[in-house]
Every structure is written in structure tokens, then in C-alpha cells.
Design a protein around this ligand. Structure first.
Ligand code: BTN
Length: 246
């Protein structure tokens, strides 16, 4: 992965560029990196702070030959790859909060947004957007997220190399994609679970239409969160905001 890297100083969102490139037929593994995004986007139509030179704002185009329903697994695989890279480069021990938030000491340092181009033949491109807060100070973050966000520099007290992180993320994502294609999701799911802070906890899942409280028992092979409510029912959660009890 990352044999072709499209590097841009400033753009609205690397996701937009990656979508355009994917339509022109660029190859599997092409990555788009920007120093700054003026309209970085997060999950659920939120915005993503992407200050110039402070973080990794990257979108990776993958072309896996898998059915559309299995696409969410790639978000989970990408989260494991990023955690491994952060461990390797900084020595920190991040956790994953379902589905895709990477936390250090309970605060979010990375978000992952997976988007899809598909048609009747299946997935044309999977666009994995990774936003990693590397070298921000607290006041680089907007007020809305200052209490819940962190950067690797804030956690280690040291400047971190974005180049080493990008190299490491691409290395692990490539390795895990190969494992996935050869052996399926099994081992990677175990890895995801070993980093997850969500599983086994009492959580509140806020969804568009309802909020459910219960114990997060695990994820299915499709990456769906299994939530057991007090009445004993098991609910499959596809997309939600999760609050956890400590
Ligand atoms: C989230 O946690 O809500 C996901 C955040 C994803 C942010 C990244 S930064 C690179 C790529 N370009 C975007 O506009 N968003 C993703």
C-alpha cells in the first residue's frame, strides 16, 4: 500500500480527492495525504479538526474483492493497524472504542471514516479516511472537542514523526489486508477485541431514533456490536455513539 501517494498542501477533505481518484481507476493502495483540511469530515456528518501540519489527514483507496456487507470489517482492521503503528512509534498503549475511535488515556487521538463506492458488481473502492492527531497542543483543538480530544504529543510530551507513523500504518494495513484475504476476519477480530475497551462494559448507545443501555457483549463477524439490555434481549447495533461507564 501507499506505492502511490498523492500529497496535497491544503484541501477541503482528502476523502473528496480519494473519491475522485477512485473513479479515475487508480490502483489498490493509493493514498491521499494533506497537510491541512479546510472541511475535514467525521462520522455522522460531524466536522474533523485538521490543522495545518499537526496531524495525519489521509485517505487510502482499497479495492478488495469482497461483498459490500463485509466492508465494515475493514474499518475495524484499519483501527488495529493504526493502534499497532502508534504502539510501535510512540510506545503508548491505545484502546479502541467501537467502532473506530482510538483513545489514549480515555481521550480520542484518531478517528476512522470508511466510505464506499459500489455498484451491482460489488465494491468498486473502499475509502478509508484516517485522522490522527499527532502534534497538536490543547489549544489547537476547537472548544467543542478540547475536553475529549488529545494528540500523541500531548500524551508523550514529545514531538512525534508523522512520516514514521504513516509508514507504519501503511505497513500494518497492508499486512492485515493480506491476512484478511487469505484467512478471513478471525484472527483480526481477536486482535480488535484485545484492544477494545467497549466489550464487557456497560454502555449507552445513542442512535438516530433511540438510545439503548446494556452490556456490550461482543461484535459479530460483520463488525456489528452486540448489546444485551436489562430485559435479556440481544440487540445488533450498526451505527451509534457509545458512552461507557468507567
Ligand atoms: C470520526 O471519528 O468521526 C472519523 C474522522 C475521520 C477523519 C479523517 S481525516 C482524513 C479523512 N478526510 C476527512 O475529511 N475525514 C477523514
Amino acid at each position: 500500500l501507499g506505492k502511490t501517494i498523492e500529497y496535497i498542501a491544503s484541501t477541503e477533505s482528502t476523502q473528496i480527492i480519494a473519491h475522485q481518484l477512485a473513479q479515475t481507476g487508480v490502483s489498490h493502495g493509493t493514498a491521499v495525504l494533506a497537510e491541512e483540511q479546510t472541511a475535514g469530515r467525521g462520522r455522522m456528518a460531524r466536522k474533523w479538526d485538521s490543522a495545518y501540519g499537526k496531524g495525519i489527514w489521509m485517505s487510502i483507496i482499497l479495492r478488495p474483492d469482497i461483498p459490500v456487507q463485509r466492508a465494515p470489517q475493514f474499518t475495524l482492521i484499519a483501527a488495529v493497524a493504526v493502534v499497532r503503528a502508534i504502539e510501535e512509534v510512540t510506545g503508548l498503549r491505545p484502546d479502541i472504542k467501537w467502532p473506530n475511535d482510538i483513545l489514549v488515556n480515555g481521550k480520542k487521538c484518531t478517528g476512522i471514516l470508511t466510505e464506499l463506492q459500489s455498484d451491482a458488481d460489488g465494491i468498486q473502492a473502499l475509502i478509508i479516511g484516517i485522522g490522527l492527531n499527532a502534534n497538536q497542543e490543547a489549544d489547537d483543538f476547537s472548544e467543542e472537542v478540547r475536553n475529549i480530544a488529545t494528540s500523541l504529543k500531548m500524551e508523550t510530551g514529545k514531538h512525534v514523526s508523522r512520516q514514521e507513523l504513516v509508514r507504519s500504518i501503511l505497513f500494518y494495513l497492508e499486512q492485515y489486508t493480506e491476512i484478511y484475504i487469505k484467512e478471513g476476519f478471525g484472527v483480526l477480530k481477536l486482535m480488535w477485541e484485545s484492544y477494545s475497551t467497549t466489550i464487557g462494559k456497560k454502555v449507552r448507545a445513542r442512535m438516530a431514533r433511540e438510545t439503548l443501555e446494556g452490556i456490550a457483549e461482543g461484535i459479530t463477524d460483520d463488525g456489528v456490536l452486540q448489546l444485551r439490555t436489562a430485559d435479556g434481549k440481544l440487540h445488533g447495533i450498526y451505527s451509534a455513539d457509545i458512552e461507557m461507564e468507567k
